[in-house]
Design a protein around this ligand. Sequence first.
Ligand code: AP5
Ligand code: MG
Length: 204
Amino acid sequence: MNIILLGAPGAGKGSQATKLKEYYAIPHISTGDAFRSNIARGTEIGVYAKSFIDKGQLVPDDLTVKIVEERLSHDDCKNGFLLDGFPRSIPQAEALEKIAKIDYVINFVIDTEKVVKRLGGRRTCACGETYHVSTHPSNICDKCGKELYIRQDDNEETIRNRMAVYEKTTAPLVGFYKERGLVVDVDANGTIEETFQKIIELVK
Ligand code: AP5
Ligand code: MG
């Protein structure tokens, strides 16, 4: 099953991907995680991507598409994949149509004040896990034991820019994929477990 997770910053795409990848036994491909890994390793891609990510802007389409195309060519994607945070613009979606066939686009429907609260308290681990201070006050990752950090783009000004970029450039993808009959709307205002149950009920 080839699935796209589409939703505003903080809608819970990464949190759901952690559970869905186990449930469907398919890899989780997050362009945001790929860029952060490059930034942490100080690669050329990382240095370039950081200049956009820190401002809450999108990394240019050509580089982002190249990274996803390379990743989707790996053997572990043959039985399906979960795309988290890609595509994020119409040109990315058009490029993806030439690379892979998509079965479902899960559209996370969520109130704006909820996402601001979620991002304001997010703690991230280099291993890819995310937590929220309200439910996980410790700053140590339960999965790998590393210290958690606050993402550089989780500050008020950058969050505002990310939300604006989402509305202008990414939200039109809902219509793009509705025309193709691929969209499943999921109310993402509930708990992580409630949203997960809704998704697996709808995506079979
Ligand atoms: P990316 O890393 O994809 O960030 P994002 O889209 O802004 O989304 P987030 O990761 O912030 O939110 P999420 O929906 O995954 O929420 P999470 O599960 O963590 O991208 C970062 C940047 O990289 C972009 O701004 C851009 O610059 C660049 N980039 C990436 N992809 C790109 C592309 N395709 N093209 C160009 N540039 C690209 O949850 C958030 C918090 O809420 C956590 O604390 C979590 O514990 C908590 N939470 C989650 N669900 C619930 C729930 N149901 N109830 C209560 N708390 C919850
Ligand atoms: Mg994420």
